[in-house]
Design a binder for this molecule. Structure first.
Ligand SMILES: *Cc1c(COP(=O)(O)O)cnc(C)c1O
Length: 382
């Protein structure tokens, strides 16, 4: 606690009880195993702590984007099966095998690369085949996946644990795209039956699929953002009881009165229309608090909403509290609740025309994370 970093007035609090609640609510709703997604620093909440919490709750599988993330989890002692969702980069294949990470195989070429590496080590690779049903990102097109599936099924060095695809529009409950993708995916999977190969675990649903398309749940679901209690898109509906996991707060570090006509911050883009009270908050775009919130964002102080005025700087921004009062060290809520008011990640993202994913993962390591909840390392700080 004497670490000056952790005394910083700006902090992220992660509510591991809310996280456990969301996981349990999703698991109960879908009734199939869950692959909890913790890529990009656990959506900004912390990679190892969130994977550790999932593991203690008995999650069946963990998903990350990059092999480095999987290695970090193994080095931290996480033992749950981990799938790396990203496409493999040939020179890294040996690292998957070294760290017992499951591999996404997304083309015939990559299947061969994995086989070569696995054979060289005399160790079978556990793989999930990636079928493209409309993202055009990675994966073999569903309409030409038969030969790919046959080659993988015949491989001595690959054990096919899963087969999966990714939904492009599942956060919009009205989009017809999801049903088309599901049809293509099931048609591709049917090839395992045709060739008499065992059916691997079929997984398709991201958060949007979990919320809106029960027919996509299949054998396993892959929720990310809803585990953290955040909806993927303004079009999404809260069909599951979710609780926000993250609060982002800071504290007032400066108070002043400015006269009518004074400008605030870089570029002098905001000018007071009357004498007013301004407080300074020690967080900025250097922490990942977006500069786009300049004269646009709002914060909570003493249970009331106040506007961000002038440009957000790298390390600070200013708030106009009008004729109200605030003291140094008063709590400033950027995401979270205070009194009867709340500011959600969804709200902040919508204000600046982005999605909550980008906002959350942008909050960087300069902000200390504090973990609370009985599922967690008790009141631990990491
Ligand atoms: C990120 C990701 C997910 C989780 O997406 P959410 O929208 O956060 O639920 C699932 N599957 C794949 C392949 C992903 O890359």
């Amino acid at each position: 606690m004497s670490d000056p970093f952790h005394q910083r007035p700006t902090r992220i609090d992660v509510d591991l009880d809310a996280f456990a609640h969301n996981h349990a609510a999703i698991r109960a709703r879908v009734g199939v195993p869950v692959m909890g997604i913790v890529k990009a620093n656990g959506y900004g909440h912390g990679l190892v702590p969130m994977a550790g919490a999932l593991e203690r709750q008995g999650v069946e599988q963990i998903g990350v984007a990059f092999v480095e993330e999987g290695i970090a989890l193994r080095n931290a002692g996480i033992r749950t099966p981990i799938l790396v969702l990203g496409g493999i980069f040939g020179p890294q294949v040996a690292q998957y095998l070294d760290h017992d990470l499951e591999i996404t195989v997304s083309s015939l070429d990559k299947l061969r690369q994995v086989e070569v590496a696995a054979e060289a080590r005399g160790q079978r690779a556990v793989v999930h085949l990636k079928i493209d049903t409309g993202m055009e990102r990675i994966g073999v097109h569903s309409y030409s996946s038969a030969a790919f599936i046959e080659a993988a099924a015949a491989s001595r060095w690959c054990e096919i644990k899963g087969v999966y695809s990714h939904l492009a529009c599942a956060d919009d409950p009205t989009s017809p795209m999801t049903h088309l993708q599901l049809e293509c995916f099931l048609e591709a999977c049917a090839h395992f039956e045709r060739i008499g190969a065992p059916m691997p675990i079929r997984h398709l649903a991201n958060s949007g699929g979990v919320l809106h398309f029960p027919e996509t749940w299949l054998d396993m679901v892959r929720p990310g953002i809803i585990l953290y209690g955040v909806l993927p898109d303004p079009a999404s509906l809260g069909t599951i009881d979710l609780r926000p996991v993250m609060s982002l707060t800071s504290q007032v570090v400066y108070f002043k009165v400015i006269p009518e006509g004074a400008t605030v911050s870089y570029g002098a883009t905001w000018r007071s229309e009357r004498q007013t009270r301004i407080v300074t908050v020690p967080i900025g775009y250097g922490d990942g608090w977006p500069r786009a919130l300049s004269s646009t964002g709002e914060v909570l102080i003493r249970g009331r909403r106040y506007p961000v005025v002038g440009r957000v700087c790298m390390d600070q921004f200013m708030v106009d509290i009008g004729t109200d009062s605030a003291w140094n060290e008063d709590e400033v809520v950027l995401i979270g609740r205070q009194g009867g008011e709340a500011i959600s990640a969804e709200e902040v993202a919508a204000r600046i025309g982005t999605i909550p994913y980008e906002l959350l993962v942008g909050l960087n390591e300069r902000i200390p994370r504090h973990y609370q909840g009985k599922i967690g390392l008790h009141a631990a700080i990491i």
